[in-house]
Design a protein around this ligand. Sequence first.
Ligand SMILES: Nc1nc2c(ncn2[C@@H]2O[C@H](COP(=O)(O)OP(=O)(O)O)[C@@H](O)[C@H]2O)c(=O)[nH]1
Ligand SMILES: [Mg+2]
Length: 294
Amino acid sequence: MGQAKSNEVQNPAELEKPWRDFNWAQKEELKKRLTDFTLNDPNMKYIGILVAGQIGAGKSSFINSVQNVFQGRITSSALADSCSGSSHSFTKQYITHHIRNGSKGSLLPFVFRDIMGMEPEKLCGSSTEDIVSAVFGHVKEQYKVDPQSPLTIESPDFNRDPNLSEMALCLVYILDADKVQLTDDRLIEKLQTVRQRISEKGIPQVIVMTKVDEACPLVKNDLRKIYSSKKIKDKMELCSAKVGVPLNHVFPVKNYSYEIDTKDDIDVLILKALDQIVHLANDRLEIIQGMDVQ
Ligand SMILES: Nc1nc2c(ncn2[C@@H]2O[C@H](COP(=O)(O)OP(=O)(O)O)[C@@H](O)[C@H]2O)c(=O)[nH]1
Ligand SMILES: [Mg+2]
């Protein structure tokens, strides 16, 4: 009993102070930075970002959440699956989502691409080959993933000569905070295979850890406790270790799910993750362009 009590004191659910500095008042500044953002190649209209992860982890919801931040309202361009916990993937086609600044505003210079979710079992969900092909721009728009047979160079949906906009210059792994400790090792192996294949080509990788509200009651109650929740810190460390992405590339978010209005605290976490993703992608673009010049 005494032992349990002293552990509780040593290991409280809430840390004394946040372990990561986070400015909750930076929403407008981040939004401006992203709407003013220009690509390192003036000839390109946009850069691509691919989201990958297990079915139901919140990939479509993350894309929608980004859209919501810039629209200032709840949208549903990348349909999220309202049947939570379902084992099938709602997203079956490979689709590009453009992000618009305001309802009549211009398109922002980055797009998200969503592919069928992954599953632990062999020949289920998107294969590692298809995800790697998508990163390298070989997958044509509206390609329907067939878990039984990954895309090959002979397939009509295989883009043999992709341009830079068709490639992904950042891969975002979407992981569910509430389930990460239960994630099947076979799925982690698939993610690691993808990571190794694309790391060789220097494609930056980020983890967006979703459902922080479901993973921690403290955070559900007050999103601003996200960086003082011991549970969230542990889960972020677990995500980092499992996939092999450094902790400073792990961003916890609460996606829009049941809300009917946007909220500044939700927005600012989404914007912070997005700011990092987009700038890493743009850095990568600069390196690729530099290589071309040499
Ligand atoms: N509470 C909560 N629910 C979420 C969050 N992100 C996604 N969801 C819900 O999880 C379910 C699956 O999300 P979805 O975006 O369709 O997952 P996908 O298969 O990866 O595209 C949906 O019911 C979402 O509303 C989150 O951060 N918090
Ligand atoms: Mg989806």
